[in-house]
Ligand binder design. Structure first.
Ligand SMILES: Cc1cc2nc3c(=O)[nH]c(=O)nc-3n(C[C@H](O)[C@H](O)[C@H](O)COP(=O)(O)OP(=O)(O)OC[C@H]3O[C@@H](n4cnc5c(N)ncnc54)[C@H](O)[C@@H]3O)c2cc1C
Length: 219
């Protein structure tokens, strides 16, 4: 997706692989932002940047994004081979997919967990339940941190690994299995368009008012 935001040069601080083809890129910053916001990222100042959710906390010096490398993608195959000290161009944070401290559900597929990781790292996870869908156990990114900071409120739904330690099935199956879903709290959805549309329809069918469904679609 192309945006016309001003991009600022930053030096890569770190890049690490956290799963097959999945990376966390970090750089120092002096932006103010709200957990859940995104930045535009590119390797040149005037190209066609892509958007990424910030995965780090509001008060942390290092800003991190979580991304998976898309085969033949225009940006991610080049982002994944960056080294500390290389340049990356980023916009100021923006976006409205932010949260409040009240009770709510967070529902994510794949790298769509990133804004919720930022929210947890910013101290906003106390009253939330996070339901994360992935194909394999290795796709539950930041699970050590989430297990520690959201004990009992972090559900992992594994759609493809037979011997998973976690719920076996897609996150939609987990939601369908719940005898009761609170209709008075917000549901935050983040990830692929397919997941967002499917979960939205499921929640509406379960009596959740549309105004309580807030989504961020990765495309
Ligand atoms: C609000 C928002 C937040 C996002 N946050 C994140 C995030 O936190 N983490 C994350 O990983 N992603 C996120 N994304 C997605 C991200 O912006 C990129 O789209 C993604 O990383 C792919 O970028 P790319 O340039 O590598 O791939 P692209 O060049 O965009 O290509 C993507 C895929 O489409 C294929 N493709 C490209 N052109 C064609 C074509 N003409 N015909 C058929 N196939 C084609 C490519 O081969 C590739 O597999 C977000 C998107 C949005 C809108």
């Amino acid at each position: 997706m192309s945006t016309k935001r001003i991009l600022y040069q930053k030096k890569v601080h770190s890049i690490r692989t956290i799963s097959h083809g999945v990376f966390v890129l970090g750089f120092n910053h002096d932006f103010n932002f709200k957990a859940g916001q995104v930045i535009a990222v590119d390797l040149v100042p005037d190209g066609q940047p892509r958007l990424y959710s910030i995965a780090s906390g509001e008060k942390e010096d290092l800003m991190e994004i979580l991304f998976d490398e898309k085969k033949n993608g225009k940006l991610t195959p080049f982002l994944s081979v960056l080294k500390p000290g290389d340049s990356v161009y980023v916009s100021e944070p923006f976006g409205t997919f932010t949260t409040v401290a009240e009770k709510g559900y967070w529902i994510a597929s794949g790298t769509g967990v990133a804004p919720f990781v930022s929210m947890v790292r910013s101290g906003l996870g106390l009253n939330k339940m996070l339901i994360h869908g992935g194909k394999l156990d290795e796709n539950f990114y930041f699970s050590n941190l989430l297990e520690k900071l959201m004990p009992e409120r972090y559900i992992r739904c594994n759609s493809q690994q037979e011997d998973t330690k976690y719920f076996r099935g897609r996150l939609t199956k987990w939601l369908q299995n719940q005898p009761y879903l609170d209709t008075d709290v917000p549901y935050y959805l983040c990830g692929s368009a397919e997941m967002v549309v499917e979960v939205r329809d499921l929640l509406i069918a379960r009596g959740i008012p549309f105004r309580n469904i807030i989504s961020e679609t990765y495309f």
